[in-house]
Design a protein around this ligand. Structure first.
Ligand code: FAD
Length: 435
């Protein structure tokens, strides 16, 4: 038999690299296996629109404990957002314009009603299961909006305000969002600021390099994993190129939507399998748009599913032009090369805007993510995710998609990777003491 690792970490997104770093720092012999030829998973900086842009996750906040501790550890700061400009919102089929205060004068009372029970439902956000939320778990975001009995104008405003994070009101459960808002003191605006405002100075790539520089884990890139077999005394990880890697424990830090591509033996419990089979429903994307000239800042809100571009915002001036970031609820409606189509969609709000370039990475079409950021379906946040977080013999799961804190975010990935590393380390120490 060849080399035996203490831990095999599968997937080198934010969760996997933190788990591998923390364990290797403790002296464990770790191997980190990654399918792609690069690190970072759903955080990904690449050449786009003439610069280097975040094509995946990028926004973080100083209120996020794991993010902030990593940034401080490596001496990395945050870039402030661009000043807020004019607001445009699509409601009742018409474009409305005004200040941010005017938009939120309608949106905020609706958001407060939508999330009024967030702290009651999740009184201790660090334990999402602190109270029984079976009833709430049945509710989709659509059910919750229907229960408010609001006008069609108000509904479009509310859905537009949510469209930076929610992309299918019927497929997403209300529970995860209630939990997110509860994490930020029951205040949607505070949660929303953390989710999409401040970016990492130097970008996610710099943070990833800093973390990896501290790791002594053996890194195997371009090594898709196809099977994981727990034999009791060890785990055998099979790869697409025929390798069999032996380890005492494994941490599976894969996107939920690709776990099903890996043969796991023995079978996981029913609830965990059901969550894997039902998948993360987020089939949305992030589009960068370079528009001619340094234009007046703006924000656009359009309800998901009712328009191809949803939450859009001027992000920064770049080389005499302006970069606009846009969340699009339906990956299929975005044509990565359709500059004129994107221009026509923007012109509904800003008639003379001129699009010079666009950039889009289809996370839905990408075989190693098969979807966007995590938004749990109704019924899974306090059940399937909890089941997946439990150790299954020598197999542990990590990743933003199964995280107990801030799922769907970089913070969720970091906290869950760190937690899995702690759990595995405790077990390995106990085993050592017993032997
Ligand atoms: C468009 C977009 C915008 C986002 N915006 C934000 C944001 O602004 N702020 C924020 O906090 N979050 C944001 N997110 C979410 C955030 O990026 C993710 O939640 C987080 O990066 C996920 O990290 P992870 O390590 O859990 O998973 P991933 O980053 O997906 O890492 C999993 C790794 O597993 C690898 N893998 C897959 N299959 C296999 C296999 N069979 N064998 C081996 N390796 C495999 C993948 O290649 C990947 O590297 C965004 C996500 C997207 C897609």
């Amino acid at each position: 038999m060849g080399e035996v690792f203490d831990v095999a970490v599968i997937g080198a997104g934010m969760a996997g690299i933190i788990a591998a770093r923390d364990l290797s720092e403790k002296g464990y012999k770790v191997v980190l296996l990654e399918a792609r030829g690069r690190l970072g998973g759903r955080t990904y900086m690449d050449h786009a629109c003439g610069g280097i842009l975040e094509l995946g996750g990028g926004y973080v906040h100083w209120t996020q404990p794991h993010v902030w501790s990593e940034l401080q550890r490596h001496g990395i700061s945050l870039d402030p957002p661009m000043e807020e400009g004019k607001n445009y919102w699509l409601a009742d089929g018409a474009v409305h314009t005004g200040s941010s205060d005017k938009f939120y004068a309608t949106a905020m009372p609706l958001l407060e009603r939508l999330f009024s029970d967030s702290r009651a439902r999740f009184p201790m956000p660090f334990i999402p299961t602190a109270i029984d939320n079976t009833e709430i778990e049945k509710e989709s975001i659509e059910d919750r909006i229907n229960s408010l009995n609001i006008s069609s104008y108000e509904r479009d405003v509310l859905e537009g305000a949510l469209s930076g994070v929610v992309h299918s009101y019927k497929d997403h459960g209300i529970a995860q969002l209630l939990h997110a808002v509860a994490t930020y003191f029951g205040n949607f605006a505070a949660f929303f600021e953390t989710a999409g405002t401040w970016s990492i100075q130097g970008g996610t790539k710099g943070l990833i390099h800093a973390i990896m520089a501290e790791s002594t884990a053996k890194l195997l890139l371009s090594t898709p994993v196809t099977s994981i077999t727990d034999e009791g005394s060890r785990v055998i990880v099979g790869t697409q190129d025929g390798q069999q890697i032996h380890a005492r424990k494994t941490i599976v830090a894969l996107p939920l939507n690709t776990i099903g591509d890996v043969q796991i033996t023995p079978m996981l419990p029913v609830m965990a399998r059901s969550m894997i089979a039902e998948m993360n429903p987020t089939m949305a994307g992030k589009l960068w748009i370079r528009v001619r000239g340094e234009i007046e800042p703006f924000s656009i809100y359009a309800p998901a599913g009712k328009y191809p571009l949803n939450a859009a915002r001027t992000e920064k001036y770049f080389d005499g032009d302006t970069l606009v970031l846009c969340m699009c609820s339906d990956d299929a409606s975005i044509r990565g090369q359709d500059r004129l189509g994107v221009q026509a969609a923007l012109r509904k709000f800003i008639p003379n805007i001129e699009v010079v370039d666009i950039a889009y990475h289809s996370w839905v079409g990408d075989e190693y993510s098969k979807g966007g950021w995590m938004m749990n379906r109704p019924g899974f946040f306090t059940t399937g995710a909890v089941e997946l977080r439990r150790p299954h013999g020598n197999i542990h799961f990590a990743g933003s998609d199964v995280s107990a804190s801030e799922p769907g975010s970089i913070e969720g990935a970091l906290s869950s990777g760190a937690q899995a590393a702690r759990d595995v380390s405790i077990k390995l120490t106990k085993q050592k003491l017993q032997s």
